[in-house]
Design a protein around this ligand. Structure first.
Ligand code: ZN
Length: 340
């Protein structure tokens, strides 16, 4: 594995930003040396949870294991380890008050309850690695055209609170970082997790440079929806065919009209029929077709794409881990076809 570093000019000349930039991503060097599809992964994506906890934390290890055993990861140099997100970077979208409380463990019992996790310092580390991973994936994608994390998609986190297994909004932090630094002028977030990306929608509701597209099951968490730039609500119980029909109706038009500099794609697999928290009936084959459709539509337009795995709550951890690698298989196919 190689540590995080890359080459692109610093758009903001402010000393604080240069320091932040250097501290977080290292000196500009050798992203060009990465061969094969870039995979962003860190063992710190996983932390211990109490026995019987409903969140399938171990899935992140399984994802990486399947990537290696199925031939997606063939070289150590292909895997890049992120740093933990800095508080100053997370504060691009989160309030200082919330970050101070979350980082130090002083959130209230009720604030912790709605996140689904009791606070531990290891949980903070995990969340910071995951957000750092998504940010690094977007920076890599800008440089190489396509890059995939093995975690990410915590779209229910709001500026001042976490909810629904989401503590920091990694998608929003990465998008805002690209905008703030001038690396991208327009960012499109395509959120195909079965749940609405409510936190992301709220964060960017008044910002025209980030377009939020969420296609989700209408009768599912969160029950109080926010307004994305485009929300497509799906009926309970629909399968691959109807799902793809909706996606085909909307995604190409959004890409055409918004013309983003990068797409951040949340490829949640909780749309699968076996998922405990989804209410749709997609199959593994349908997920592959969906991911391939998204990636080819984006990459064919010459737009870079960064992917995160999103939600997935099947009880069979082996099936779940493997299912989360469908996006990486689709990405590798596009990577090879396009000669990236
Ligand atoms: Zn979800």
């Amino acid at each position: 594995m190689v540590s995080a570093s890359y080459s692109w000019p610093i758009f903001l000349g402010k000393p604080w930003f240069k320091l932040l930039h250097r501290k977080f991503l290292g000196e500009p060097t050798q992203f060009k040396n990465i061969q094969n599809l870039p995979i962003v992964h860190h063992y710190g994506y996983v932390c211990d949870l109490p026995p019987g906890h409903r969140f399938p934390m171990k899935k992140f290890h399984k994802v990486y294991d399947f990537l290696c055993s199925s031939g997606i990861v063939t070289k150590h140099s292909q895997v890049i380890m992120p740093n933990k997100i800095e508080k100053s970077v997370a504060s691009l979208v989160h309030t200082d008050d919330y970050l101070d409380k979350f980082f130090s463990g002083s959130t209230s019992t009720e604030e912790q309850r709605v996140t689904g996790f009791n606070w531990t310092s290891h949980l903070v580390d995990r969340v910071r690695y995951e957000s750092g991973g998504t940010l690094l994936t977007t920076v890599l994608a800008m440089d190489r055209g396509l890059a995939c994390s093995t975690a990410g998609g915590t779209h229910h986190a709001f500026p001042e609170r976490g909810t629904g297994y989401c503590l920091l909004n990694d998608l929003a932090i990465a998008a805002q970082f690209l905008i703030t630094t001038g690396k991208a002028r327009r960012v499109l977030i395509v959120d195909l997790d079965v749940h609405q990306g409510d936190g992301t929608a709220f964060i960017f509701k008044n910002l025209e440079t980030v377009f939020t597209f969420s296609m989700h099951c209408g009768r599912n968490f969160p029950f109080r929806k926010q307004e994305s730039d485009l929300d497509v609500e799906l009926r309970e119980g629909i399968g691959d065919k109807e799902y793809m029909s909706s996606l085909t109706d909307y995604l190409p038009d959004v890409l055409q009209s918004f013309n983003p500099d990068i797409v951040i794609y949340d490829a949640g697999v909780d749309t699968h029929a076996e998922d405990n928290l989804g209410k749709l009936k997609m199959t593994d084959e349908g997920l592959f077709k969906r991911d391939l459709f998204v990636l080819t539509n984006v990459i064919n337009r010459g737009i870079p794409c960064a992917t995160v795995i999103g939600g997935g709550y099947c009880q069979d951890i082996d099936k779940l881990g493997k299912r989360h690698t469908i996006i990486h298989h689709a990405a590798l196919k596009v990577w090879k076809q396009k000669g990236l």
